[in-house]
Design a protein around this ligand. Structure first.
Ligand SMILES: *Cc1c(COP(=O)(O)O)cnc(C)c1O
Length: 359
């Protein structure tokens, strides 16, 4: 049975000198431990929960930064780069960027203490060869961390492929109901796990037990949700590839995707996150307005399909690029809705091009 959340900040210390397992809510509590044990089993390591994906990534970057250069994905989640450049580079840490697709190993790894890859990457949905990146990192004495957010622990086990650390935003598909901000790090190195727990306690920005409990409840249906989301993503990808308004479709699960071969080798299953490009920012607005099922929202992995125009956040991508998160809707409903919205967008776009008014 899944017990209810333990909300206590304060625990009975007893009468002796040895501290009980639970002594203060910032250091740990039974609700965190239950979720850490579940995610750790799935990742194949020891899990340390953090208050958000960025808190997890920040803890790993800060821990490794004292030992050498940081190598980050050039095209991954923007705040990891922003954290390194804004907070760590001014302290003298060398920060380098390598594209997700590699080549791995990369010449930029010399002198690195930590290599972070994100695969499949957000928002580009490119794929890094984890085993090759691990070989490259280990050859220069660096640790490899893999941001496993899009894949989830059911979709990919980076520790099995040679990574030293897994980081993830559990805000996305793992918790899965768009009501929790949470993250975690997993590792097989007990010393690293202990250092991360200490950093979490010292840093103090810890998750609430309620968040951990909701994410644990969500984890129970991750398998079911991923199955529907991947099925919807496959159907939407096919529809997008056939539509004249759409360019640049990427979903690693599609056999024609440039990253499919590497992804199929290292991933255990697909998920609902894909990307495509519409002709303009205006076309994106028209697409979202014309759709009844696709919400305009950032984040991904929730029950509802959503689309996010990434240029809005400063990602170096085309103005019409959308990261699309396929939800758990009925597949026929979703495809029909997306196609209808694309048709509307395309008709309007062509009329604009011809300079004729849209009736
Ligand atoms: C969302 C996201 C993050 C940040 O996670 P938060 O929980 O929002 O702090 C990190 N990496 C990737 C790949 C993400 O998609």
């Amino acid at each position: 049975m899944h017990p209810g959340p333990v909300l206590s900040s304060t625990f009975d210390l007893g009468t002796g000198d040895t501290l009980p397992t639970d002594f203060y809510g910032r250091a740990g509590n039974p609700t965190w431990r239950a979720l850490e044990s579940a995610i750790g089993d799935l990742d194949g390591g020891e899990c340390v929960l953090f208050a958000s994906g960025m808190a997890a990534i920040g803890a790993v970057l800060r821990l490794a930064a004292r030992d050498g250069a940081l190598v980050l994905p050039a095209d991954g989640y923007y705040l990891a780069r922003s954290l390194a450049h804004a907070e760590l580079a001014p302290l003298g840490v060398a920060v380098r960027e390598v594209p997700t697709a590699g080549p791995w190993p990369s010449p930029s790894l010399e002198g690195a203490a930590l290599v972070l890859v994100e695969t499949p990457s957000n928002p580009g949905l490119d794929v890094a060869d984890i085993a090759a990146a691990a070989d490259g990192a280990h050859a220069v004495g660096a640790l490899l961390a893999v941001d496993n957010t899009t894949a989830t622990p059911l979709g990919q086990r980076p520790l099995d492929l040679g990574a030293d650390l897994v980081v993830a935003s559990d805000t996305k598909a793992l918790a899965g109901h768009s009501d929790v901000v949470l993250g975690h790090v997993s590792t097989r190195d007990a010393g690293l796990a202990a250092a991360l727990r200490e950093a979490r306690s010292r840093g103090g920005a810890v998750p609430g037990p309620m968040e951990a409990w909701l994410a644990h409840r969500g984890l129970g249906t991750l398998d079911l949700r991923l199955e529907r989301q991947a099925r919807n993503a496959a159907a939407v990808t096919d529809a997008l590839l056939a539509h004249p308004a759409v360019a640049d479709v990427r979903w690693p699960g599609h056999p024609g995707d440039p990253a499919h071969a590497v992804a199929a080798r290292q991933m255990r299953r697909w998920n609902g996150v894909l990307r495509f490009t519409l002709p303009s920012e205006r076309a994106v607005g028209e697409f979202v307005a014309a759709s009844r099922l696709v919400g305009s929202a950032t984040s991904f992995g929730g029950l509802r399909s959503t689309a996010d125009r990434r240029a809005r956040w400063g990602d170096a991508v085309a103005p019409g690029l959308l990261r699309f998160s396929a939800g758990c809707e009925d597949p026929d409903d979703l495809v029909a809705d997306v196609c209808r919205a694309l048709d509307t967008t395309w008709t309007t776009h062509e009329s604009h091009l011809r300079g004729t008014p849209v009736l």
